[in-house]
Design a protein around this ligand. Structure first.
Ligand code: F6P
Length: 551
């Protein structure tokens, strides 16, 4: 298998990097007044400005050549067409079928998957309708008021992020809770706020074997049974899974199970039955709008030429920084408060997908892969980590994300928010020279010796890249488009690096070791040979908790 740095375009990009690395974005803007128009596009409801990147037409052309040489167009067709591109798990990758609003057949393993997708969507819609209109009642005849989603990773982050993002669309009677941590504190805190008579638990797990989720689900069940009887479970416990057998074994009636399939990756699953909390909270209509927004991005991705294809361009610009500039991290800075879970969601999407060092053929990759993705709401970040972005020694390209339209009725807030977003991107790009800093200080009337001391500290080198992603507002449709945009960006980068973006073997070893250690902590098994540090930690725990020790 060819490595990306074997392609002729790679050599071309290396040359272009050498030629342009010292050009300041300020100069690019000064020389090219059309830049902001040329390096921007609207897809669906999202306006994307990528002009504040260290790119020009020649660089973009060479990056697109790299995508061509990597076989991106064929790989896109394979993914959408149901080929088993997740080779290590021998699975198709068909989250795009879940939002295929054309309803045209999509075939995996010789079978059209659309009828099954539509069946589960209908089942979700009927169930959500009953809970929302109050006809689905708890064991004592009361309406459901609280929904507790128990799941982790992809079975948590997608629904949590979307329900939070789209809170203004939420049902006024329903309070959403998400429990993922096996630290009992999260579940206890949640149960303390809920009433068993009016609470619905969704146990969400693709495999239905995940220790954290099953432990929390068993505890929630035991709590519920303190107040109600076994037959009442049917009204209060729902499962979302691919594993029918394990659901039945747990004691949830499989009539109360919402199915999805092995070709839906965990971190790509919010469009499937894993999105049930989203549908319960927002209603079927809004859920379908979210699917439509994602479908629109899918069509753009599959139909637009690579050079005018938003997910492709964002991915290639990412590759430019990671592989040529050597920038190892990427910041997600949403400014809408309701998007505060978005950085965590994209972190899993990107890092669990592309945090790989082995190519599809088993050889070690020749280049860096996924960046370290991090971030927080931008306005809070401005008072925390933005100092490093402006004046530190690391460069981390940023995605600024904010809804354009005003919402809420508080005067001025949105303008203040937007002024900050635009100012940060401008400041990071433009920077401030020492001469400018001196002039500003002297305008304040500072004595020369103070100016001499301060001016150097007030230099901002600038030239810091960012993307500006502006949905019309944080609405279901544009959120669907936004998340699909990131999914495809991650896919494109995985193709360039020749890795499998859809497995996650890296989480396995820790899981296995934790099983052995758990038995040792509980005293059910004699201490196994570990390294000295781990053995000491196990002993320390057992000594501290010696009253519960059995061996
Ligand atoms: O962290 C590993 C992982 O497998 C994720 O990919 C997945 O989203 C999460 O665990 C939860 O898995 P499950 O839905 O099977 O409980």
């Amino acid at each position: 298998m060819q490595r990306p740095n074997d392609f002729p375009s790679w050599q071309k990009l290396q040359r272009l990097y050498g030629q342009t690395r010292n050009v300041h974005l300020r100069d690019w803007f000064a020389r090219d007044p059309e830049r902001a128009e040329r390096y921007a596009m609207t897809v669906g409801g999202i306006y994307a400005d990528f002009s504040k990147n260290r790119i020009n037409d020649e660089i973009l052309d060479a990056l697109v050549e790299l995508a061509q040489e990597s076989g991106l167009p064929e790989k896109m067709q394979q993914m959408f067409g149901g080929s088993k591109i997740n080779q290590t798990e021998q699975r198709a990758v068909l989250h795009t079928a879940l939002r295929n609003r054309s309803n045209l057949p999509v075939v995996a393993d010789g079978k059209d998957v659309m009828p099954e997708i539509n069946r589960v969507l209908r089942q979700m819609g009927d169930f959500a309708g009953e809970v929302r209109n109050g006809s689905w009642r708890g064991y004592s005849g009361k309406e459901i008021t609280d929904i507790v989603n128990i799941g982790i990773g992809g079975s948590d982050l997608g629904p949590l992020m979307m329900c939070t993002a789209l809170k203004p669309y939420g049902h006024p009677r329903l309070r959403m809770h998400f429990v993922s941590n096996v630290d009992g504190a999260q579940l206890s805190d949640t149960l303390a706020k809920t009433n068993p008579e009016t609470t619905l638990f969704i146990v969400a797990s693709k495999t239905f074997t995940t220790q954290e989720t099953l432990t929390n689900a068993h505890t929630a069940r035991a709590w519920f049974l303190q107040y109600a009887g076994e037959p009442d479970i049917a009204k209060h416990f729902i499962a979302v899974s691919t594993n029918r057998e394990a659901v039945a074994q747990f004691g949830i009636d499989t009539d109360n199970m919402f199915e999805f399939w092995d070709w839906v990756g965990g971190r790509y699953s919010l469009w499937s039955a894993i999105g049930l909390p989203i549908m319960l909270y927002l209603g079927e209509e809004h859920f379908v709008e979210m699917l439509s927004g994602a479908y629109l991005m899918d069509r753009h991705f599959i139909e637009a030429p690579l050079r005018h294809n938003l997910p492709v361009l964002l991915a290639l610009i990412g590759v430019w920084y990671i592989n040529f500039y050597g920038y190892g991290s990427h910041v997600i800075a949403p400014y809408d408060q309701h998007l505060h879970h978005l950085p965590r969601f994209i972190q899993q999407l990107d890092m669990e997908s592309n945090g790989k060092r082995v190519q599809l053929d088993g050889n070690r990759v020749a280049t860096a892969t996924s960046p370290i993705v991090w971030g927080a709401t931008g306005i809070n970040g401005q008072h925390a980590f933005f100092q490093l972005l402006h004046q530190g020694t690391h460069v981390a390209p940023i995605d600024f994300i904010v809804g354009l339209h005003k919402h809420g009725s508080l005067p001025e807030h949105h303008e203040i928010l937007l002024s900050n977003v635009f100012a940060q991107a401008e400041a990071l790009m433009r920077g401030q020279t020492e001469a400018e800093a001196r002039a500003a200080l002297s305008a304040q009337g500072l004595p020369e010796e103070r100016i001499g001391l301060l001016a150097k500290h007030k230099v901002f080198e600038g030239n810091h890249p960012s993307n500006m992603l502006l949905p019309r507002s944080i609405n279901p449709h544009d959120m669907g488009s936004l998340i699909a945009l990131y999914e495809h960006k991650v896919f494109v980068q995985g193709v360039i690096w020749g890795i499998n973006s859809f497995d996650q073997w890296g989480v396995e070893l820790g899981k296995q070791l934790a099983k052995t250690i758990l038995a040792e902590l509980k005293g059910e098994q004699k201490t196994q040979p570990h390294d000295a540090s781990t053995s000491r930690l196990i002993r320390l725990y057992r000594d501290v908790n010696s009253d519960t020790r059995r061996l």
